[in-house]
Design a protein around this ligand. Structure first.
Ligand code: PEP
Ligand code: MN
Length: 356
């Protein structure tokens, strides 16, 4: 019987469908294997098993497909299966945005975080009541509801100012109360939990502690929001998994903070990863806040970067503010002074719905 082009094409179409059926059947089997492996916590990828399957295929091959073609084709099929298994496990994270999930909004001392753009501002380090008061009064006049400030400072050098500890927490609380503001402050260590809890409204986890899983687990049992900063070397996947440590323990009030990552660039202190904003918002229902001070390390580009962050979907910004940045005990180059914060606020927020 003479085969026409049409009849050959019809056979190719039928062969394609058989391959498709076989691939889907293979994925179904792989999903069943994943469920078994998950129960026994075994790893998903097994190079030994892949080598064994390739050997079997080589022996069974009667051609015309060559050994090299066979190997590269099945490598792709194995990769597809592995990606599929991983995608399935990603779906199960607590932090993942489920279908129909609304954006989370947290009410903290009457200030709402997660809707409308919010500003979280204050000094890098708490240094004195006077310093906090000057900053808070100016911020409160702008309508800013969240006062930040570090009392426990994670410094690169052990010889740099380490923060005032409890005395600093007290100052921040006292000033925040006077201006009806919520306190956001960093917790460095599990041993400080009771102490920091006494004074703060939002626990901040700094970039260096994103991988401190014991701290994250403990904060997962806290009754107030956790502002988790992205590790400066962390991928977004690692960032989400860090948030998962908190969420898994029951605390779903998480704020994700992009604060710049380390790249080879030296004109900025860190490279602000704007693509993280829409990606995190798509992946999770949590508010995404961008720390413009640490994300740039310089005051002269804060306005355009803040606008860019909001345009990319950030629901909040963090900036450091100090009455005399040149005299600050930490991060001199990236703190706005009181006039600058007014100008920053006007340039970035005016024309938008209020920040508090
Ligand atoms: C801070 O916000 O005070 C701070 C130390 O930031 P990061 O952890 O992002 O360096
Ligand atoms: Mn700082």
């Amino acid at each position: 019987m003479v085969q026409t082009l049409e009849s050959l094409r019809a056979e190719v179409d039928a062969a394609n469908l058989k391959i498709l059926d076989a691939l889907n059947e293979r994925l179904r089997l792989v999903e069943a294997i994943r469920r078994i492996k998950e129960k026994s916590s075994s790893r998903l990828y097994s190079p030994e098993r892949e080598a064994e399957m390739l050997d079997q295929l080589m022996l069974a091959n009667r051609g015309p497909i060559s050994a090299d073609e066979l190997r590269s084709l099945f490598k792709e099929i194995f990769k597809l299966s592995l990606d599929h298994m991983k995608a399935d496990t990603r779906m199960q994270l607590h932090v993942h945005r489920a279908e129909g999930d609304e954006d989370r909004v947290y009410e903290v001392r009457g200030h709402r975080l997660g809707e409308g753009p919010q500003l979280i501002a204050g000094p890098c380090s708490v240094e004195s009541v006077e310093q906090c008061e000057l900053v808070a009064a100016r911020l409160a006049a702008l309508g800013v509801g969240f006062l930040r400030g570090g009392a426990f400072k994670p410094r690169t050098s052990p010889y740099s100012f380490q923060g005032l500890g409890e005395a600093g927490l007290k100052m921040l609380r006292e000033v925040a109360d006077r201006h009806d503001m919520a306190v956001v402050t960093e917790i460095l260590d599990t041993r400080h939990f009771d102490l920091v809890e006494r004074y703060t409204d939002v626990f901040q986890v700094g970039t260096r502690n994103m991988y401190n899983y014991e701290l994250l687990k403990l904060l997962g049992q806290a009754d107030r929001p956790v502002l988790l900063k992205r590790g400066f070397m962390a991928t977004l996947e690692e960032f989400l998994l860090a948030a998962e440590y908190v969420a898994k323990e029951g605390n779903q009030r998480i704020v994700l903070c992009e604060r710049g990552i380390r790249t080879h660039e030296r004109w900025t202190r860190n490279t602000l990863d704007l693509s993280a904003i829409p990606l995190l918002r798509m992946a999770t229902p949590f508010p995404v806040v961008v720390d413009i001070s640490h994300g740039t390390g310089r005051t002269d580009i804060m306005v355009p970067m803040a606008r860019a962050a909001l345009a990319a979907g950030a629901q909040g910004l963090m900036v450091e503010v100090h009455p005399s940045p040149a005299l600050a005990l930490s991060d001199n180059a990236q703190q706005l002074d009181l006039e600058q914060v007014d100008a920053f606020y006007a340039a970035v927020f005016n024309g938008m719905s209020g920040s508090s």
